[in-house]
Design a protein around this ligand. Sequence first.
Ligand SMILES: [Zn+2]
Ligand SMILES: [Zn+2]
Length: 249
Amino acid sequence: MDDPITVTFAGSGDAFGSGGRCQACVHVRAPGLPPVLLDCGATSLTALKRQGLDPGEVAAVFVTHLHGDHFGGLPFLVLDGQFSGRTGALTVAGPPGTGRRLAAAMEVMFPGSSTARRRFAVEVVELAPGETATVAGFGVTAWEVDHPSGAPPLALRLDAAGRAIACTGDTAWTDALIEASAGADLLIAEAYYRDKAVPYHLRLADLAAHRDRLTARRVILTHMSDDMLGRDVPFETAHDGLVIELGRA
Ligand SMILES: [Zn+2]
Ligand SMILES: [Zn+2]
């Protein structure tokens, strides 16, 4: 139980490939559990394989919201499992509406794929804001945030092995982020722009303004546009391939 949780930022970018980075895909390996993903953007298979991580081992994908750069990699992940002989179930846990949107995305990209026979089950767990569920050995709690995406957008908190990882997803500033990340070992925070007000997204300025209210032990910025990349910022920042370990406090 005292082994660390290993967090690999396989994809740390925004929707538009800024900095040549892959879209959101954070691989989390907790002791004694199969690995899971936090978000699965369209480029995630490439991102995982580039880091030497086996997509077939991923037991669950936790999805913050239903935009392509956060859930668009799921059709590829499912088909990769189908063609590589995967047998272990894959659970997709996301906002209400995830099951319908995942089937629609699969049909748009690979007609017939949503109903194809496979040797493994794809199970969908829809996370209601304000509730906690257990998925693949992780406790997961959801808060509704502010980022229109055809379904309630979520900030998520994962709990496993006595440690907690919170993720803002994409959102305008909301005090829900304070609660979601309270006392967490790690907060993965979107920082799309530095100062410019972009609707429904977090800026560095928002995080700096509320820094004292964010009580996570560690805050790492992701989802940065060219406006953020390459500039000095008073936070840790992610890059594709960043690996961190979360030990016991
Ligand atoms: Zn989004
Ligand atoms: Zn995004």
